[in-house]
Design a protein around this ligand. Structure first.
Ligand SMILES: Nc1ncnc2c1ncn2[C@@H]1O[C@H](COP(=O)(O)OP(=O)(O)OP(=O)(O)O)[C@@H](O)[C@H]1O
Length: 344
């Protein structure tokens, strides 16, 4: 893995949305809700970073904010040579040219009224970068993802879910990006098709040297394709490090709970306790209301992110104890859930 200057660098990013509930506003509730309270993240050239967390933890918001598609209220973002803060205006346009986007909703990603060839080349038209024949370019992009020429002329409803998802990958590659942001790229696909898609992403990373920000709540997906993972809770990164290290020795109780939820026969068991409201974040460690290891200190003192050696970074007062417990637990035989068919 390259130790070069990060390709993507996000520092202290804050995102606020207007508060959704009219009732809450009428009752004098907050007018705004802070989703990302000052979040930092980086991705090295050629690296695949997995962003993991429960639903609502802010993964999609972070992915969208990285390209200026969320209401940024503070912090800085740099992609390659281009850097911006707040509402970057024309800078976003230049930054987005270096990023391929695969957003969560595959139906929205491919316009049902457009032939697939037209959809996959659309980013080139938007950025005025289409040189030469549009269909020929579509065929070239579709070939990169293992789809034949005939797919250029088909409509999304005429192809399978896996083929449609490949087409969204082709579209993400249109601008020849250094970074692809893929939000839940395998959601809704059968296990074997998920495996094929992940093999494709692995292959593209190896062949084209693209970096990926892979947003998923599926730990099996993260395990197979990421170099490093970052765990998000209430819009903050609470643990990050090499995937192999985090899966073997998670150091945050939240990460450990996420991994434990997967171990139980593959059936996702929710983590105990309610996710706190983003408009009234708990004092101290924000996970303390659900943490099985909570101590007095956790209720008053917010843990900072600190290094456990190498690239393993965590925000927990008792990380060493959690890690030791996880290491002991991993030696016991466990039942594992259905896995993916991914070549290594
Ligand atoms: N446009 C919006 N306006 C107001 N709040 C929003 C908006 N989009 C997202 N949110 C809120 O931001 C929070 C984080 O949502 P986000 O979609 O980023 O989380 P996530 O971790 O990606 O979840 P999921 O896995 O379900 O997509 C949620 O509380 C959500 O309700």
């Amino acid at each position: 893995m390259s130790q070069a200057i990060p390709l993507l660098e996000i520092n202290d990013l804050a995102v606020r949305y207007p508060s959704g509930s009219i009732l809450s506003r009428l009752a004098g509730g907050p007018r705004e809700v802070t989703i990302l309270p000052g979040t930092s993240l980086h991705i090295a050239p050629g690296e695949t970073l997995g962003l993991i967390g429960e639903s609502g933890s802010g993964k999609t918001t972070l992915g969208r904010a990285a390209v200026g598609l969320a209401p940024i209220s503070g912090g800085t973002i740099r992609i390659g040579e281009e850097a911006t803060s707040m509402q970057g205006g024309a800078t976003w346009d230049r930054m987005r040219r270096d990023v391929g986007l695969m957003f969560q909703d595959p139906v929205a990603a491919l316009d049902p009224r457009m032939r697939i060839g037209t959809s996959v080349t659309e980013p080139l038209v938007i950025h005025r970068m289409l040189n030469g024949d549009r269909r020929a370019k579509a065929v070239e992009l579709l070939a990169q993802v293992g789809l034949g020429e005939e797919f250029a002329d088909r409509f999304p409803h005429e192809v399978s879910g896996g083929q449609a998802r490949r087409a969204t990958v082709a579209r993400a590659l249109a601008l020849d990006p250094s970074l692809v942001i893929a939000d839940e790229p395998t959601a809704g696909l059968d296990l074997s098709v998920q495996g094929e898609l992940l093999n494709l992403l692995n292959d593209l990373q190896a062949r084209l040297g693209i970096s990926f920000l892979l947003i998923t709540h599926n730990l099996a997906v993260a395990r197979h394709v990421t170099d490093r993972i970052a765990i998000m809770y209430l819009g903050r990164i609470v643990e990050t490090g090499p995937s192999t290290e985090i899966f073997a020795r998670p150091a945050h109780p939240y990460t450990r709970a996420l991994l434990g939820a997967r171990r139980k026969g593959g059936i996702s068991t929710p983590i105990k306790g309610e996710v706190p409201s983003l408009t009234s974040r708990p004092k101290g460690c924000e996970f303390h209301t659900r943490c099985p290891l909570v101590a007095d200190r956790c209720r008053t003192e917010a843990p900072s992110l600190r290094s456990l050696g190498g690239k393993h970074i965590v925000a927990c007062h008792f990380a060493e104890a959690v890690m030791a417990g996880a290491a002991a637990q991993s030696k016991k035989p466990t039942t594992t859930g259905p896995d993916l068919e991914v070549s290594t």
